[in-house]
Write a protein that binds this ligand. Structure first.
Ligand SMILES: [Mg+2]
Length: 345
């Protein structure tokens, strides 16, 4: 018998695993314009395209019900999916929601979850058109699929960044990560003494960013209004460094960003100081902000500058596959991807 060594998933990591499992996929349909490898798949219907994306949320891996209200969880489950639709510069239209539920959940608890789903549908104008429910031995699992549409020439991929393009981000970064740190700390306090009430008052902003993220639709609308079509785009779900490297890989380019240009809210700075954390860590590697990272031609500089809530953080370079951050002291630091490491926990 051969002693073939079985590899652990940990060796490959999230992105390595995806690449490995999908490397032999054949394309049989002409309408499959883009398969695995972007925020969403793109299906060609002539001048219009449909984009499709799916995401799974698993109790104990992606969320902790100790501090995640089910209504927020329902809302967030929709947001993380339609965020990927918007990241293709498409408009979300429909979602399906599937859940696997263990016996510990009451009907009322599930009603709360679906209440959150409905709120997000209302907020973003999408219809929930189906799904599936199943029993689960342990915990809650949620799978949402989102469908969207866009004219073919307006779809924005990760692969379109060009040398000298400007790298831009919406909003501010690192807040969701700090929110998670606050919630984890309060959980520990509660576990030690269940009579204490959580102290979240000072952290409303960061906790809110973690529990109830939103998509920067107004920024996308403004770009459209000013006729700026990004050359590449991705949503920031795994952290800025990771997403910059995705753009570099798919666009076959490099990027340089400048520390002093990174958008950090006062709330993140204060929370990071209290946690004795260098604020750059949540900004570069904290995920789940669901801000958008995109590139535009240099010629769009003035238009982009005029839109509130966009920061120009750097530019695309020819140094393939390298993402560099210039610190305020003029030091060049190579950024590294994170992705999830759930299997190594
Ligand atoms: Mg994404």
């Amino acid at each position: 018998m051969s002693e073939e060594r079985l590899r652990s998933i940990e060796e490959l990591g999230e992105f390595g695993l995806i690449a490995h499992l999908t490397k032999d996929l054949e394309k049989r349909q002409e309408s499959t314009l883009k398969g695995v490898g972007d925020d969403a798949a793109v299906i060609d219907f002539g001048s219009q395209c449909q984009v499709v994306t799916t995401d799974m949320l698993v109790e104990g891996i992606h969320f902790d019900l100790m501090y995640t209200p089910l209504k927020h969880l329902g809302y967030k489950s929709v947001i993380v999916n339609i965020s990927d639709v918007y990241a293709m510069n498409a408009v979300p239209r429909q979602i399906t929601v599937s859940v696997a539920i263990s016996g510990k959940f009451s009907v009322e608890a599930l009603e709360q979850f679906y209440e959150g789903v409905k709120m997000a549908c209302q907020q973003y104008g999408v219809d929930m058109v189906g799904g599936d429910t199943s029993a689960s031995l342990t915990g809650l699992m949620i799978s949402v699929t989102a469908l969207g549409t866009a004219p073919k020439k307006e779809i924005v991929y990760r692969s379109g960044a060009k040398v000298n393009n400007l790298a831009c981000v919406t909003g501010d970064l690192g807040a969701a990560y700090m929110g998670l740190q606050v919630l984890e700390r309060e959980k520990k306090v509660f576990e030690e003494d269940s009579k204490t009430q959580p102290m979240l008052g000072d952290y409303e902003y960061v906790v809110g960013r973690f529990l109830k993220p939103e998509v920067r639709v107004e920024t996308l609308l403004k770009l459209r209004e000013l006729e700026v079509l990004p050359t590449s785009m991705i949503d920031i779900s795994d952290g800025l460094s990771s997403e910059l490297l995705h753009i570099c890989k798919e666009s076959d380019c490099g990027v340089v960003i400048y520390q002093e240009k990174l958008p950090i809210s006062m709330e993140v700075q204060l929370a990071a100081a209290e946690f004795r954390l260098e604020p750059l860590i949540p900004v570069l590697n904290g995920g789940e902000d669901y801000e958008l990272l995109f590139t535009v031609p240099l010629s769009a500089h003035d238009k982009v500058k005029s839109i509130p809530g966009i920061s120009i953080i750097g530019n695309i370079t020819e140094h393939k596959g390298t993402a560099i951050m210039m610190t305020e002291q003029g030091q060049a630091i190579a950024l590294q991807a994170q992705g999830w490491q759930a299997y190594s926990r």
